[in-house]
Design a protein around this ligand. Structure first.
Ligand code: ADP
Ligand code: MG
Length: 293
């Protein structure tokens, strides 16, 4: 994915550092993300996933290095980059349709709005409602929807302004496993249809492999890129692939790397020692004596 001269990356990081006081949240991050790529960032909590995503969004200023989108330095948020968070951040007093159109309305305020652009926006909102399976709840309020449906609205709203880049920070982290599977296939469908570039943060290795063409594995203390893995699965994903040897092989490798870089092994060692010392009884509870009478 690194061919900087022939095909300029959609997003590029060169020697990016981010520090919070003495803490190094990002250490020398180098990354090339091609147009229309679907990249997942995975790693233990605190390894800098959100910080990297927020610097790409322009919500956080980097401490050093260069960061570009379409070859232009990222110095703040821009309309070509949209962000989706774990918590749905919908306006509770607006209907689904009003929520989706809201950002567009802001854009319309800035431009001279003729009837054609308003009509185009309405058409786009309708198309997104259908794409996200929200047409039947267009006039509902967020509180009337399940978590999964609320997150569909948030994604539709992010897509409203046709962003080139979608930055997603654990967007399905609060959803149950089954809803999450549905959302995975939906976001892959959106990616194919909209031809956007997606950077998706997760701490779930299965999610990272199923969605990503490449999985960027990050490690903590200091936050950094540990390794970039290409995902050896067909472009058209199907849920059954989660049981394939290629999927499981990569999963095993990623989990081992996360364990090795996160300090979790030390905790396992400690737990084993404590349990040998009898400080923690890991054996199943002895069954209580049956009482008679
Ligand atoms: N606003 C902040 N102020 C101080 N430290 C922060 C701030 N944001 C993140 N950090 C620190 O930077 C590191 C990376 O955090 P974060 O990017 O949220 O990790 P992740 O998303 O992988 O869990 C952590 O050690 C965290 O405590
Ligand atoms: Mg995070």
């Amino acid at each position: 994915m690194t061919s900087p001269d022939l095909t300029p990356s959609k997003l590029q990081a060169r020697g990016v550092w981010k520090t919070f006081g003495a803490a190094v949240a990002l250490q020398d991050v180098n990354l090339d993300i091609a147009e229309n790529a679907f990249i997942t960032l995975v790693g233990a909590s605190g390894c800098g996933k959100s910080t990297l995503l927020r610097t790409l969004a322009g919500l956080e200023a980097r401490s050093a290095g260069t960061l570009t989108c379409n070859g232009a330095s990222i110095e703040g948020p821009g309309p070509e980059r949209a962000m989706v968070f774990q918590h749905y951040s919908l306006y509770p007093w607006m209907t689904v349709l009003e929520n989706i159109k809201f950002c567009r309305r802001l854009a319309v305020h800035r431009q001279p709005h003729d009837s054609a652009s308003v009509e185009a926006a309405a058409g786009r909102a309708d198309a997104l409602l259908r794409l996200m399976g929200l047409a039947h709840v267009a006039s509902h309020y967020p509180s009337q929807l399940s978590g999964g449906m609320q997150q569909r609205v948030a994604i539709a709203r992010a897509l409203m302004s046709r962003p080139q880049v979608l930055l997603m920070d654990e967007p399905f982290g609060a959803l149950d496993a089954q809803t999450r599977e549905v959302m995975h296939d939906l976001i892959l469908h959106v990616h194919r249809l909209e031809r956007s570039t997606i950077v998706f943060v997760t701490h779930d290795v299965d999610e990272a492999i199923y969605l990503g063409q490449q999985v960027v594995l990050m490690a903590p203390r200091p936050g950094r890129i540990h390794q970039i893995h290409s995902v050896p699965l067909p472009a058209q994903r199907e849920q059954d692939m989660k049981l394939s040897p290629d999927f499981l092989g990569l999963k095993r490798e990623l989990l081992a790397q996360i364990r090795a870089t996160s300090g979790m092994e030390t905790d396992f060692d400690l737990l084993a020692k404590l349990s040998r010392a009898g400080s923690i009884d890991l054996a199943p509870e002895p069954t209580a004596h049956p009482t008679h009478g």
